[in-house]
Design a protein around this ligand. Structure first.
Ligand SMILES: [Zn+2]
Length: 123
């Protein structure tokens, strides 16, 4: 709520009450204040913090889940070493298919590297 009393304007919001002088200028609206804040670089950084925090929380949750699982070395990205890669599909296009060997077609969630990794389910 914006109240004006003489040369003093007051904004009352759930987060607090803010008073400022308005002189003989027209009343300052909240949208004018937000427009003014948008010209300050640090304000743009601050506005982006909730999304960044959410992304970091999701990443931490993913890392905590990964830390609880034992590492399967056959699911390591050959390019960046991230483990595990995402298995897109499993095929039998290997000369050792007669013995049950397969190829895992994988994508690394970190670097985006795509590869075909030999895999023997009997190991
Ligand atoms: Zn990678």
């Amino acid at each position: 709520m914006l109240l004006r009393s003489g040369r003093q304007a007051t904004i009352r919001s759930p987060s607090g009450t803010y008073s400022f002088g308005v002189g003989s200028e027209p009343m300052i609206s909240v949208s004018d204040i937000l427009k003014a804040l948008d010209t300050i670089p640090i304000w743009k950084t601050l506005k982006g913090l909730p999304q960044r925090l959410e992304a970091l929380e999701a990443r931490i949750a993913m890392l905590e889940r990964a830390a609880k699982q034992p590492l399967d070395r056959s699911l390591e990205c050959p390019k960046c070493g991230h483990n595990p890669v995402t298995v897109d599909k499993v095929t039998s296009d290997t000369p050792f298919a007669f013995a049950g060997a397969k190829n895992r077609h994988v994508t690394c969630p970190v670097c985006g590297h795509k590869d075909k990794l030999f895999y023997d389910p009997n190991d």
